[in-house]
Design a protein around this ligand. Structure first.
Ligand SMILES: Cc1ncc(COP(=O)(O)O)c(C=O)c1O
Length: 403
């Protein structure tokens, strides 16, 4: 039966490219139950644009109950027949944006099997505030290695054996991907901007990955990565990466009895979304996500009901700074999570507290959960677990934070 019934009031549009239908929400995410029909079109923007533009006539809009992007509000074509011409081309560009599946419980179970097969559980230690989950002790120094292992473990539906992977980060995600690729024997290309820090590039070079330097900033490096053959693995907008980050929760199942309040930092929202996926399963867990006050992309998207561009200020929590990829699924998962934010002074105070009280070196992003609790911004019910997500910080920046 096509078009399928729409289950809720979210507006959707439907396309056919040859025999493949595409169902797209305003945010650009595909409803998971249509995924099996849409697979040929969800592989990545560049591939779609390059190969599909010549076949314009094969694309038929069969339903257009609403608009996807603000640009098009003025040119709503009548249901059910689309107008021909310019707007149809724009529609293709919108669909060409990466369409990512929302992860489900099966993804979390698969990720847990893969991640627990490679990584030791990280410790949980007590503090006067509550329990600290020390992801700072992961190989490569951050939780990101979980998502990387989940995404790079060969097998359906993650990576078909022999399929190359591509990513675009010189930071914690890039390092974690390089580590996971070398552990799992995956072929990985990491694209970094020509201005990426020399120290980070040197660390990446110590792994057997193909390193490509391209563009003046992260966006240009990422656009290039998307144009390369292979599976692009986003740091946060990827079902397997999200499920991988959720394995922190699976580990907590064996370490801490509930009920729990789990507090974790939020940048692109992969970590928060993964924990939310796990918490829905377990039932007695509240997840509280903490953004840097100068970069609130996820909270803004949740409030607006769609991805919106936000201003991003300078922050010592550099891992949390930035806007979201169009069509990103993490706000959809985090819609019902509790979100708060912390100031620069609060982050620095938390970094000092962790060093002074526990001798723990934690980077800005990694200290945000503690920052929110110390600042009294978290309602606590049950036992409190704060995720210390990473430790990678340069000496001068750390010295400055402790001063
Ligand atoms: C140390 C650290 N903590 C937290 C985050 C936020 O993770 P996410 O983007 O999945 O929200 C990052 C992201 O790079 C990070 O490096």
């Amino acid at each position: 039966m096509w078009p399928p019934e729409i289950e809720d009031d979210r507006r959707m549009c439907f396309f056919w490219k040859k025999k493949y239908p595409v169902a797209c929400t305003p945010g650009g995410s595909v409803f998971s139950r249509y995924i099996e029909h849409t697979t040929p079109l969800i592989t990545g923007s560049t591939e779609f644009i390059d190969h599909s533009m010549p076949d314009l006539d094969d694309l038929v809009c069969v339903g257009w109950p609403g608009m996807i992007g603000p640009r098009w509000r003025t040119s709503t074509p009548a249901w059910p027949r689309p107008r021909l011409g310019g707007w149809r081309r724009m529609m293709i560009q919108e669909v060409a944006m990466r369409v990512v599946r929302v992860p489900d419980v099966a993804d979390l179970e698969r990720a847990w099997r893969d991640v627990s097969g490679v990584l030791e559980p990280t410790p949980v230690v007590s503090s006067e505030l509550g329990l600290l989950k020390l992801e700072t002790f992961q190989p490569t120094g951050s939780f990101k290695v979980r998502g990387a292992i989940a995404a790079l473990t060969p097998g359906e539906p993650t990576l078909t054996p022999g399929e190359p992977a591509v990513t675009a980060s010189a930071g914690n995600h890039g390092l974690a991907m390089a580590y996971a690729a070398s552990r799992l024997g995956a072929e990985l290309t990491v694209v970094v901007s020509t201005r990426a820090s020399a120290a980070k590039v040197a660390k990446l070079r110590s792994y057997p990955v193909r390193l490509v330097e391209h563009g003046d900033d992260y966006d240009q490096a990422e656009a290039h990565a998307l144009s390369l053959p292979g599976r692009f693995v986003s740091p946060y907008n990827d079902p397997h990466v999200i499920a991988g980050q959720g394995t922190i929760g699976c580990e907590l199942d064996t370490q801490v009895d509930g009920p729990l309040t789990v507090v974790a930092p939020i940048g692109g929202g992969g970590l928060g979304a993964g924990l939310t996926l796990w918490a829905r399963q377990r039932g007695d867990v509240r997840v509280v996500g903490v953004e840097a006050a100068v970069s609130r992309a996820v909270a803004s998207a949740v409030d607006a009901g769609k991805i919106v561009e936000v201003e991003v200020g300078e922050t010592i929590a550099d891992g949390l700074a930035g806007n979201l990829e169009p069509g990103c699924v993490t706000p959809e998962v985090l819609r019902h999570a509790e979100l708060t934010s912390v100031t620069e002074a609060e982050i620095r105070a938390a970094m000092r507290w962790l060093f002074a009280e526990h001798g723990l070196v934690v980077e800005g992003a990694g200290a945000c959960a503690v920052a929110a609790v110390l600042a009294g911004k978290v309602d606590i019910s049950g036992r409190l677990v704060m995720v210390l997500s990473g430790r990678n910080i340069t000496m001068p920046v750390y010295r400055d934070a402790l001063a």
